[in-house]
Write a protein that binds this ligand. Structure first.
Ligand code: BGC
Length: 475
């Protein structure tokens, strides 16, 4: 896992470049605003108040949530590409029971509700629903229906991801005639994903408003096809290019399918934020050495994923702009980025990213993930605690809103310590879970009380900032 993380940092730039080349080859940025879209906010420039979007305060109905992903928490996965990858010995640990949330989801929802939250992001595992090509598992479908309804009954808005890295193992092996499904390298996978999305919207659309089609397509390309540390373990720029195209197509097809089933749905895909790479001047003002590079790399990956122009199927295919913010590093800090618990934490980077994304898309934002790792629960060397991390990052969201950035919600990664794609060592949970504990008890960290205070006040109470100061050593 740690090597994987090192590579993740080192190749982020390469991947952006890859997106750049691809997008320039086949896209044209859509111009003008769509009906209902807002005029983009210029970084740092306050904008007029819009109905439903308040300035300076968290709007009423702001989504306070936590995120999980099926493969990382459900446990007992035997049918996904990730299960096959682990079985093949490609991970440090097997996922096993994970946090057993397949059986304990109601308890997890209660924990979220106990913090005063009103949203829960989780995924439907395509592999569980369609374990063999064209064969649907009725019991899995009913379990997900129960899950979605339980979330709603407990006052949690479900934010549903359709593809969080894991997909059915048969997509990597199934052959039909001379064609086949070699995962996302094949165009058919995009079509298969469209069918899955349509099915999910038809089945669950009544209870789900917020959809995320693909989780972090940029991470999937980088780790799966440029560094080979995620399945299918390839280091192949040609494959990365094909997968980028097919993920894009998959998103666009799924976006349309969901809207055909439910015109009121709100659909997005969430990026792993790389504003510090693509737009360093926004994150590190005054660091002019990288400005030209930043301009070169600026937001082309996002542009690509906006998708419509790529495929000539209309215009933008995002109803809101979702992104995941974890860190922002300077070039001199690349070594520090080798392990998740050494990531360079910079709350201000979230503010910059929000301004950049809002200004470039004109869309309301959703922070779909933001979180902090420890090394197996040990204190971090840089002094950050989970509660200080949470409070100071949410405070940056507050600032962004005060500057006029429209934002729908903040979703923290994660509710529980969980299976971190190959290992249980990095711990991201507001609740600790020890995978060795036979009872997999959920134990509150101090961040739980902090989050509760924020969600209950719908604000960041100043006393909380004082109570949880940021570490004196800044990166
Ligand atoms: C992923 C999560 C992961 C988290 C922490 C995100 O890139 O979406 O699944 O657990 O980062 O590494």
């Amino acid at each position: 896992m740690t090597d994987r993380l090192r590579t993740r940092c080192l190749v982020a730039l390469a991947a952006q470049a890859c997106f750049l080349l691809l997008s320039q080859a086949c896209t044209q940025r859509p111009s003008g605003l769509l009906p209902g879209q807002q005029q983009p906010v210029q970084p740092g420039e306050p904008k007029q108040e819009q109905p439903g979007i308040s300035r300076g305060r968290f709007p009423q109905g702001f989504l306070w949530g936590v995120a999980t992903a099926g493969h990382q928490v459900e446990g007992h996965d035997k049918v996904s590409n990730w299960a096959a990858w682990a079985e093949a010995g490609r991970t440090t640990a097997l996922p096993g029971r994970a946090t057993d949330s397949w059986n304990r989801y109601a308890e997890d929802f209660d924990l979220a509700r106990g913090m005063g939250l009103n949203a829960f992001r989780f995924s439907l595992e395509w592999a569980r629903i369609e374990p063999r090509p064209g064969v649907l598992d009725g019991a899995a479908i009913e379990r997900y229906r129960a899950m979605i309804r339980a979330a709603k009954a407990k006052g949690l808005e479900p934010v549903v991801t359709l593809h969080h890295f894991a997909y059915p193992a048969w997509l990597d092996t199934y052959k039909q005639g001379t064609g086949g499904y070699p995962g996302w390298e094949d165009l058919h996978t995009a079509a298969a994903f469209e069918q899955f999305a349509r099915f999910a919207a038809r089945e669950f659309g009544r209870d789900v408003r917020y959809w995320i089609t693909l989780n972090e397509p940029n991470t999937q390309v980088i780790l799966g096809y440029l560094t080979g540390v995620f399945p299918p373990g390839k280091v192949n720029p040609g494959a990365a290019a094909a997968v980028t195209r097919h993920l894009t197509l998959g998103h666009v097809l799924a976006y349309d399918a969901i809207h055909e089933e439910d015109p009121d749905a709100l659909v997005s895909t969430n990026f792993f934020d790389l504003t510090h790479v693509s737009d360093p001047a926004a994150v590190f003002p005054g660091d002019s050495s990288r400005e030209m590079l930043g301009q070169l790399l600026s937001w082309q990956g996002l542009d690509l994923m906006l998708g419509g122009a790529v495929l000539g199927r209309g215009s933008r295919k995002l109803d809101y702009m979702a992104f995941d913010y974890y860190y922002a590093w300077r070039w001199t800090e690349v070594q520090r980025m080798a392990r998740q618990w050494e990531w360079a934490l910079r709350p201000e980077g979230l503010l910059s990213a929000m301004k950049v994304h809002a200004s470039r898309t004109g869309l309301p934002l959703l922070i779909a993930e933001n979180g902090m790792a420890t090394d197996d629960g040990k204190p971090r060397a840089d002094g950050w605690t989970r509660e200080a991390f949470l409070v100071h990052h949410v405070d940056q969201v507050r600032r962004a809103i005060a500057e006029g950035v429209p934002c729908l919600g903040y979703i923290h990664w994660s509710l529980l310590d969980n299976y971190e794609w190959g290992s249980y060592r990095p711990r991201f949970g507001l609740y600790e879970v020890d995978p060795r504990d036979p009872l997999l008890r959920r134990k509150a960290t101090a961040a739980v009380e902090a989050y509760k205070a924020i969600a209950t006040a719908n604000d960041v109470p100043p006393a909380l900032l004082e109570q949880h100061p940021r570490p004196s050593t800044r990166p």
